[in-house]
Design a protein around this ligand. Structure first.
Ligand code: BTN
Length: 255
């Protein structure tokens, strides 16, 4: 007998797979062949899961892997805002299902007790008119397990939260579709504020790996476009692309 399909919000068309290369790749093919906005590809495992900057996303059974197709008809410069929408939706979904402390780290990571439990990979293409044709929001959440070979990662289970993948999928999609509708109507500011309420504290020292080298500074927030604001050498620096590593004070470092 087939397992019952998880509840999904109105306007969501869920494609559930046991195993796939990458849900983002699958969603991309569907988007390129005209799939409608709201189509979601969910897989129990991925054998070629990918992360940001061409990294591998280790994807064994037990975790959540999904990719959501959106056709927001926005300017390309606004498309990255959907990563912040997804981060907020995930933080809220977890808040409904458990009471572990979560924090959002720019641009799109969700941390539990300082370790990464989720990442988001956006992929997109523009139409001939220069507006966005499609955006794929790919989200991976370590629910049951995290890769032992990757430093500073964790899973919800390792942090004490027992959550069924299906329950997280439903709660995340409910929050995500709600916030996307709000974002389309009201723009980025409400999401920016909500994202900041889950962010690492302003003032957190961080090292940011940029294409041309590292910079050290203190987290000052995100701006009206979603760029990272980093206080460095008495100036607020605006950063659009980079990897962030919070710098712990010596007495905060884990044993
Ligand atoms: C990151 O590097 O932090 C982003 C990780 C994104 C992983 C998810 S899992 C579902 C979707 N399919 C993929 O191949 N990647 C994303």
């Amino acid at each position: 007998m087939n397992a019952p399909q998880p509840d999904v919000p109105a306007g969501c068309h869920l494609i559930a797979l046991d195993s796939v290369g990458s849900t983002n790749e699958e969603a991309k093919k569907l988007a390129q062949s005209g799939a409608e906005s709201g189509t979601v590809v969910w897989a129990r495992q991925q054998v070629a899961g990918r992360g940001r900057h061409g990294r591998v996303w280790v994807s064994p059974p037990g975790n959540l892997y999904l990719s959501i197709i959106q056709r927001p008809d926005c300017r390309p410069a606004d498309a990255p805002q959907l990563g912040f929408v997804a981060g907020v939706a995930l933080a809220e979904a977890l808040g409904r299902l458990c009471d572990i402390p979560v924090a959002l780290k720019w641009p799109n990571d969700l941390l539990v007790n300082g370790k990464k439990a989720s990442g988001i990979l956006l992929e997109s293409a523009a139409s001939a008119d220069g507006r966005m044709d499609w955006v794929i929001i790919g989200a991976g959440v370590n629910v049951e397990n995290s890769p032992a070979e990757v430093p500073e990662v964790t899973s919800l289970c390792e942090e004490g939260a027992q959550i069924a993948v299906e329950a997280l999928l439903s709660a995340f999609l409910e929050r995500l579709f709600w916030h996307i509708a709000q974002w389309r109507e009201l723009g980025f500011e409400p999401i920016r504020e909500r994202w900041m309420s889950y962010a690492l504290p302003v003032g957190t020292q961080m090292r940011v790996k940029l294409p041309d080298g590292d910079v050290l500074g203190s987290f000052s927030g995100i701006d009206a476009r979603g760029s990272l604001l980093l206080g460095s050498d008495g100036e607020a620096r605006r950063i659009d692309v980079g990897d962030v590593f919070p710098v712990l004070a010596t007495n905060e470092r884990a044993n």
